[in-house]
Ligand binder design. Sequence first.
Ligand code: ATP
Ligand code: MG
Length: 338
Amino acid sequence: MSEQKIILTGDRPTGKLHLGHYVGSLAARVKLQDVHRQFVMIADAQALTDHAHEPALIRSSIMEVALDYLAVGIDPRKTTIFIQSLVPALAELTMYYLNLVTWNRLKHNPTVKLEIQQKGYGEEVPAGFMIYPISQAADITAFKASIVPVGDDQIPMIEQTVEVVRKFNRLYKTDVLVEPQAVTSTLARLPGIDGKAKMSKSLGNAIFLSDPADVVAKKVKGMYTDPGHLKVEDPGKVEGNPVFTYLDAFGKDKAKIDEMKAHYARGGLGDSVVKKYLLDVLQEFLEPIRKRREEFAKDPGAVMQMLKQGTEAANKKANQTLTEVRSAMGIDYFSTRS
Ligand code: ATP
Ligand code: MG
């Protein structure tokens, strides 16, 4: 039997979860919860770094994200699900870690740079947003996580965390903090229905796990395909065509998909036929998730109770790490030392 490891992942409650979350992270969590000790965080404090003006959205999305978790099979008996802002040790750790990283280093984080551009912040970027990679370092290290299953946009964050861990342990001559490793799935970045590189809650190009059947149908119908594939008999491009990327991610009949790809590439297969098949595949995948979600949604009180219990357990673990951190730093003023 493999050694039990600690896992931390999370999502920002900025809306409902989508197919990208499923392939990038949720699917791995459902499997890993049987083998390892898993913490899943609803990152509301992080969401506020670029949604300070929308606390109501954050509040309502906490329930939506929790329902999405339960619907895909994240099981609170195996996984500790908690709310970030209700674990104050995370904010305190962030304060200490911020002193171990330079402003220049923060400015060069490639994901943050891209997001600043996408959000059109320029120099007017909220300071909290600039430092969110350090708050992620606090989240990961508080739980002593060694594995972080994420989409590939998060790899620079894990690199940043490793730097913080090394610096902290070296500076304070300790081994209190654990170096994490990012684990990405084979499909670490699902494109949007508009063909853009990443399906994202905030880019308006997502199919949500909770979308009703008719909404999914409409989205699939309007999906971006090969813009050069004008007539059915024209050869079409499979590479970079999100319709085929989704089929690869969610289709079970690999032989049929390969055959469709070949047909599309040589010409004679219409986009509407491929989309019709994709729709069948997605409906089959989403229907059971939708049903389970509806069941859990009938009792929001029970969901909140589950989050409350998870948050209590998370506080225990994070406070323990915080005590060790303060002691390693020698700022545990009231404890007696020899
Ligand atoms: P936002 O637009 O608010 O940033 P998001 O859609 O990027 O939302 P996050 O909550 O930031 O979602 O991401 C949570 C996790 O899901 C991260 O591990 C991220 O890498 C992963 N993820 C998000 N979108 C995708 C995607 N399209 N493909 C693969 N993984 C993804
Ligand atoms: Mg994101």
